[in-house]
Design a protein around this ligand. Structure first.
Ligand SMILES: Cc1cc2nc3c(=O)[nH]c(=O)nc-3n(C[C@H](O)[C@H](O)[C@H](O)COP(=O)(O)OP(=O)(O)OC[C@H]3O[C@@H](n4cnc5c(N)ncnc54)[C@H](O)[C@@H]3O)c2cc1C
Ligand code: FES
Ligand code: FES
Length: 1345
């Protein structure tokens, strides 16, 4: 057999250093190469699909056409390493380091408090850095655009934006630009100075400290690459891997010949379509042809006939070309170009637009393609080329439908795309609606074009194409044909809607679901187009002074609002907090906005997360095998084929567990039976992650389905399938009270679940030691002691042999309390069995599938009230979907019931809750622990009462709120004074009452857009309702040089606990924080810790640290007294000489919590956090989209330990809550398979979701005696305040329904997605869509709440 020719050398640069790879694997991505081969772990993996931006790096290339160097951001997880030939890559490590010099972007993001867990930070830094390389003084709009593809789950984006804004041209330091009011004029006490003299501060960082940006200091483009680009190689380069060969020809001729030789081989450009398909849809291509070096594919020609754009141009380049062309040509010629530009602004994030090519986009023919519908209606032509010659085909419905007769031949490629200009009397528009405004695949999109007979409104030509309503872009050809010759009027519109709904039919079972919504969009978009064109026609007709018969009736101003899309705006806002006492010594950091201890390391990529730990000797990689059935008996597991694959070392099953396999009803590894899709059955250990993943595909498990299979709460109720007994609290006499009220309302509320979507997926590294069965477990967890205990019982070895280490966690939000123990234990079994270290890193899909999240909830209420709005009786019954095992569901039910009353005193109150057992992955702890879901029922009930009384909801809230010292339903006494203060301040700061009037005015004037405003109070109980959880320990060592090592039982999840602990230690020991260090949380230094959760981490650990420091200081006191003028170092030296121990354990025996459920009484919580939030939104009744106009939050933090961190927690949790209530939607198939397993399908808020104005203030002069320095824990409470956006949307929807005389008691459904909003705003379009009998089809997804 002839030997295959050898691979060529791959040459590129990383951070200014030349990389020559002789044995490159074309299947390898840049991300894997950076992390594994170059050990540059600053670039993070979080989704692997281009959807989150955590892996952003900058690529620089010399553009062969313009001869300019192009710097652009990319997502390294989708960049094939072979595509980098001749390119320079810059990673976060390449721009600055804490060891040498920080880049201003790194410095500013850290010092502006733009990092919490820090996992997204390197990606954010690189997006901003790339922007600055291209625009050293960008505009704020450019900044927003640059960050549009980067997700952050912690910060709420505001501080990240703030840091970037310091580079912007127009940034003047005033954060309330555009409002006509400066933050410096905020009120009598306001002071803009950082730590200023007055009471109130509005700055969280000192801009003056920042080093200036000096563009001359940046890495230059490597001269060697410049030379290579100037003398391009013409030879074909071949990179041969184990399974795949990458061929990169240097000339078009060679490419075409290769295409003849390998007709099946795809052309690979951006890899944004091929990459995800190869990863998740099992596509495999042994040969990939890369046309990256073919300059013909990036040619652009502009003639009077239109634009011809090379198929190899990126979508970002396309955007620039179109923008330039639009600026050069008269408006009438640029209709199609403008429509394309509109969608190019919201299509994906900038990284994807930089990578994705026009050719790849067109040829992929995704049904959701944003550009193909416009290109199709705009009459675009595809210029094809092959070795045989060239030809043109239209980009029409036949091409889009993939008809062989209208498609490329296998040996052909797309060379360029011709887009003709529009003509006079021709109008082109584009429409799209997605789950959120930016960086989200569209539900439905459309391109529409109409040409009129000159000087008339008679349709000469019409084309309409839709995306998202079928397997490919759908062209409504027949309907358009039938409308030719019709006049542009209401009659035509009605007929067109009827025709379109007939032609563009979407079956009830269509993939993607939301069928009725998508049908409605088909006609809603048409209506928008109709109005748009009508407006334009009116202008033209006026211009041509057409006869009266051609004149159109004026569109009333009320209806014009249908025309405008919501623009992306740059958020503004003010953060207000109380400054420290002017007498506080400057070195005492408590109460000051100190930067996160790891902030700078986050920003440089030097902060080490679990998977950044270098590979250890003989390490294996583990991948989990999960059940594909919801409820079944395991008949057999055959892994013989998997074991034969290269690199596969072992398969771990339940039989390999030496100790306990989890709990009887919650096994670590399934035995005999599976209870949900996603349950872990076994695990493969192999030499590499790729080998382990390939082996997983070869494992054959056979099942026999079992009955019943339960997914929904309704089914669980029907089958009496519950995880634990009912929890109930009751006061007063419900029955009697209902008899005496003026009115009674009953209602239902459905609240969907939520995925934690921590940016760092679950990871663990287990290293078995050689002696005494010892194991080191490096794990990303909120509860290392639990991991330690579980590993111990699973392996049947004592706890003292296992040490768990947590350096930092890339976000937890409750999702890393219980689950990490499962992964730790399975990995430990593998490590012990193979005798080798095991690394387990869940990919995003598996993480979302396996780990469960927030419990979906179904609530029913019955409320009795007087006509004045006073609630006399309330009966709430809640069911949560717990999934297949107990996990935390009983506790969540208890918390839910304990917290349901929220801020209201209702004398006759009954609250009941049950956790349903279903065949879904077990749901678990999530920030707020039941409160955010449950309290939505209470607040919805208030809104329903308001509607019945004809009063605004805020009046009902005020009327029923706790006002004086009182007792909760479980008889715990509390003083609601701070609640009332928060409420009043929020009303005042948000100018609520005047804005309510403005909203009403707006709504009177606008039919298709409505505004809504809502203010929500909050009483949130902090802490665990169990005494054993209220304890903490710390260990503080002072070394002989005076440096101090602090360890405590809390874990750094991004919430800044380590920063706060050092602030405490610094105050107590009276030395600056610079003397101190925290190295990690370890079960070997502080044992038997409790989970870092329930908002009390800093409270309890702070007291333990305080205790340790006080012990140490007490010991030092005689020495200090003897030498009061001495330095800290002198005292420590003396203490050592005098044999005084310089190490102390601190302990805090905290709150004695108790709850007697039989009596319904207790003191379960140490204290409450109070707050209020007011939000205003505007909705588009035709699409269901909304924009967040403004949010004001007032929170009672008492004496904040660190206002920057606390405001960060409030903002971050608010935005996370907003996600829960507006965009985050889990989709399950009728077989219980989670569809939404990536950022493509599950939308957490992006930077463009932040309210346009976002103000947060901490309530001044508030005190609480129970906690460290009278501070309060704010980790979770802000989550619920996100519901103010939900209720503002509901308010707007209610305005629509009132105006249209629709019933006021519609079912409350969270999240308030565009689909829910659109369908709630019923109109003639929702009425005209066909509705299917649910019995006649199987839906794509089922509601589980
Ligand atoms: C995170 C993410 C978000 C996205 N969001 C959106 C969105 O909001 N809206 C939207 O419309 N799209 C979206 N997309 C899809 C994106 O637009 C397409 O994936 C992209 O345009 C494909 O281009 P590419 O260069 O990456 O193609 P590749 O993946 O490189 O190739 C795709 C296919 O095109 C073929 N091909 C490429 N060039 C040629 C040519 N010249 N001749 C013949 N065949 C060719 C290849 O053979 C291959 O089969 C998103 C993608 C990602 C990853
Ligand atoms: S990891 Fe690359 S975009 Fe998410
Ligand atoms: S700081 Fe952005 S994800 Fe944690």
């Amino acid at each position: 057999m002839p030997c295959p020719p050898r691979s060529h050398e791959l040459v590129f640069f990383v951070n200014g250093r030349k990389v020559i790879e002789r044995n490159v694997d074309p299947e390898e991505t840049l991300l894997a190469f950076l992390r594994k081969n170059l050990r540059l772990t600053g670039t993070k993996y979080a989704c692997g699909r281009g959807g989150c931006g955590a892996c952003t790096v900058m690529v620089s290339k010399n553009d062969p056409v313009s001869k300019k160097i192009r710097h652009f951001s990319v997502t390294a997880c989708l960049v094939p390493i072979c595509s980098l030939y001749g390119a320079a890559v810059t990673t976060v490590e390449g721009i600055g380091s804490i060891k040498t010099r920080l880049h201003p972007v790194q410095e500013r993001i850290a010092k502006s408090h733009g990092t919490q867990c820090g996992f997204c930070t390197p990606g954010m830094v690189m997006s901003m850095y790339t922007l600055l390389r291209n625009h050293p003084q960008p505009s704020e709009e450019q900044l927003m655009e640059a960050l549009g593809g980067n997700l952050c789950r912690c910060t709420g984006y505001r501080p990240i934006l703030e840091s970037g804004r310091t580079f912007c041209t127009e940034s003047n330091g005033c954060q309330q630009k555009g409002t006509g009011k400066c933050c410096l004029d905020q009120g009598e006490n306001a002071s803009s100075s950082f730590g200023g003299k007055n009471d109130i501060c509005t700055e969280l960082f000192a801009k003056e400290e920042f080093q200036p940006l000096d563009p001359t200091q940046e890495l230059i483009f490597p001269p060697e690459l410049l030379r290579m680009a100037e003398n391009p190689e013409e030879r074909t380069l071949t990179f041969r891997g184990e399974r795949v060969t990458w061929i990169s020809p240097g000339t078009l001729k060679d490419l075409l010949e290769l295409k003849v030789k390998h007709p099946e081989a795809p052309l690979i450009l951006g890899n944004t379509s091929l990459g995800p398909a190869m990863k998740t849809r099992g596509q495999f291509h042994p040969i990939l042809l890369s046309p990256a070096r073919i300059s013909e594919l990036t040619m652009v020609t502009k003639t009077s006939e239109g634009l011809t754009i090379g198929a190899g141009c990126s979508l970002a380049q396309l955007k620039d070309i179109l923008a330039e062309t639009v600026s050069e040509l008269p408006e009438e010629k640029t209709q199609t170009y403008r429509a394309l530009l509109k969608h190019l602004k919201s299509l994906a994030g900038p990284q994807i637009r930089n990578m994705a090519s026009l050719g790849g986009h067109i040829i992929s023919r995704h049904s959701y393609s944003d550009l193909n519908p416009i290109l199709a209606v705009g009459g675009a032509t595809l210029n094809l080329i092959s070795a045989e010659g060239t030809r043109q085909i239209p980009l029409d419905e036949c091409f889009l439908a993939g008809l062989a007769s209208a498609d490329l031949k296998p040996e052909e490629i797309l060379e360029s795309v011709h887009i003709p200009p529009s003509r006079k009397w021709e109008f082109v528009s584009a429409f799209r609606q997605a789950q959120c405004q930016q960086n989200a695949l569209p539900h439905v999109n459309a391109g529409m074009r109409v040409l009129f007979k000159e000087g008339t409104d008679s349709i000469a030509d019409l084309s309409i194409a839709y995306g998202g309503v079928g397997a490919a872009t759908v062209s409504a050809q027949k309907s358009c044909q039938q409308l030719l010759g019709r006049r542009w009027n209401e009659l035509m519109l009605d007929e067109a809607c009827r025709l379109l709904l007939d032609e563009v039919s979407l079956p009830g079972s269509a993939p993607g679901g939301q069928v009725e919504f998508r049908r409605t969009l088909v006609v809603s978009f048409l209506f928008k187009f109709y109005l748009e064109v009508l407006q334009e026609l009116k202008k033209l007709v006026k211009l041509f002074s057409a006869p009266d018969s051609q004149r159109h009736p004026d569109i009333s101003d009320r209806f014009l609002s249908a025309l405008e899309d919501f623009p992306v705006t740059v958020p503004q806002g003010v953060q207000t907090y109380q400054s420290v006492d002017p007498h506080q010594p400057p070195r005492d950091p408590v109460g000051r906005p100190i930067m996160h201890l790891s902030g700078l390391k986050h920003a440089t990529g030097e902060a080490i997360f679990c998977d950044d730990i270098p590979m250890v000797d003989k390490e294996l990689f583990m991948v989990l095998v999960t059940s594909s059935r919801a409820h079944a008996k395991i008949m057999s597991i055959d892994f013989s084929e998997a074991l034969e694959l290269p690199g596969v070392v072992d398969v771990i099953t339940a039989k390999d567990i030496p100790g306990t396999n989890g709990a009887e009803d919650d096994k670590l590894l399934a035995v005999d039976e599976v209870l949900c899709v996603g349950q872990i059955v076994c695990a493969v250990a192999a030499e590499t992650d790729i080998q382990a993943r390939r082996a997983v595909e070869k494992i054959k498990i056979t099942y026999e389905d079992l009955e019943p299979v339960i997914f929904t709460i309704q089914d669980a109720i029907k089958h009496n399938s519950f995880l634990c007994p009912e929890k109930k609290l009751e006061q007063g006499n419900i029955k009697e009270a209902f008899e005496k009220v003026d009115q009674i309302v009953e209602g239902e509320v459905h609240v969907g679940g939520q995925e934690h979507f921590y940016m760092e997926t679950q990871r663990v590294l287990v290293i078995p030691k050689t002696e005494d069965k010892e194991l080191d477990v490096f794990v990303s967890t909120q509860d290392p002691a639990h991991v330690q205990k579980t590993v111990s019982s699973t392996l049947n070895i004592p706890i003292n042999r296992i040490t768990c280490h947590v350096k930092r966690v890339g976000g937890g939000f409750g999702g890393k309390v219980g689950r990490p123990a499962v992964f730790g234990a399975i990995a430990a079994v593998g490590a012990v069995k193979t005798g080798r270290p095991i690394r387990l890193v869940l990919d995003r899909e598996d993480d979302m599938l396996i780990t469960g999240g927030r419990h979906p909830l179904f609530g029913k209420y019955k409320v009795g009230f007087m006509d004045n709005g006073r609630i006399k009786a309330l009966d709430i019954e809640c069911y949560i979907n717990g999934g297949c095992t107990l996990d935390d569901s009983e506790l969540v039910t208890e918390f839910l019931i304990l917290k349901l009353e929220n801020a209201y005193k209702i004398r006759n109150l009954r609250l009941r809750g049950r956790a349903c057992m279903t065949n879904l992955p077990s749901n678990t702890a999530f920030r707020g622990f039941g409160f955010p879901q449950g309290t939505l029922v209470t607040e919805s009930c208030i809104t329903a009462v308001a509607a019945k009384c004809g009063l605004p909801p805020e009046k009902i809230r005020e009327k029923n709120m706790y006002k004086t010292v009182d007792k909760t339903i479980y008889k715990q006494a509390f003083n609601p004074e701070p609640l009332i203060r928060c409420w009043n301040e929020c009303l005042d700061k948000s100018s609520f009452h005047s804005r309510r009037i403005q909203v009403e005015e707006f709504n009177k004037k606008n039919y298709w857009k409505k505004k809504g405003i809502a203010i929500i109070p909050m009483k949130f109980s902090v802490g665990f309702a169990a005494t054993s959880y209220h304890q903490a320990a710390a260990l503080v060592h002072i070394y002989t040089d005076g440096s101090v090592l602090v360890t405590h039982g809390g874990n750094e999840l991004g919430q800044g606990i380590h920063t706060k602990m050092l602030q405490v230690a610094s105050r107590e020991l009276k030395i600056p924080m610079s003397y101190m260090h925290i190295c990690e949380t370890s079960t070997a230094t502080v044992p038997n810790t409790i989970a870092t959760a329930a908002s009390v981490g800093a409270d309890v650990n702070g007291r333990a640290v305080q205790n340790a420091c006080q012990i140490l200081l007490k010991r030092l006191e005689p020495i200090i007294k003897k030498n009061p003028e001495g330095t800290w170092e002198d005292w420590i030296e003396a203490a050592f000489e005098q044999r005084i121990s310089l190490s102390a354990t601190g302990y805090f025996r905290g709150y004695k919590a108790f709850m007697d459920w039989d009596k319904g009484e207790g003191d379960p919580f140490p204290y409450y956090v109070y707050g209020a939030a007011c939000s205003e939104v505007e909705i588009d009744c035709l699409t269901g989209a909304h924009k967040k106009i403004r949010t004001d939050i007032v929170m009672d933090a008492c004496c904040s330990l660190n206002p920057a961190i606390d405001i960060g927690q409030i903002e971050g949790s608010f935005i996370q809550g907003m996600g829960l209530y507006t965009t985050e939607e889990l989709k399950y198939s009728p077989e219980g398979v989670l569809h939404s397993r990536s950022p493509d399908e599950y939308k957490i808020p992006t930077i463009t979701d932040v309210p346009e104005e976002f103000n947060v203030s901490l309530l001044p002069s508030s005190q609480t005696p129970l906690t460290i320095y009278s501070s309060k824990g704010l980790g979770e409470s802000g989550m619920f305040l996100g519901s103010s956006v939900f209720f503002a949307i509901a308010d707007a929807v209610a305005a629509v329904r009132t105006e249209r005389d629709l019933a006021d008691n519609f079912t409350v459904h969270s999240p308030a997605t565009p689909a829910w909003v659109r369908m709630a705003c019923a109109d003639r379009f929702t009425e005209m869509i066909p509705r299917d009998d649910p019995k006649t089809f199987k839906p794509w997804s089922i509601p589980i709440a």
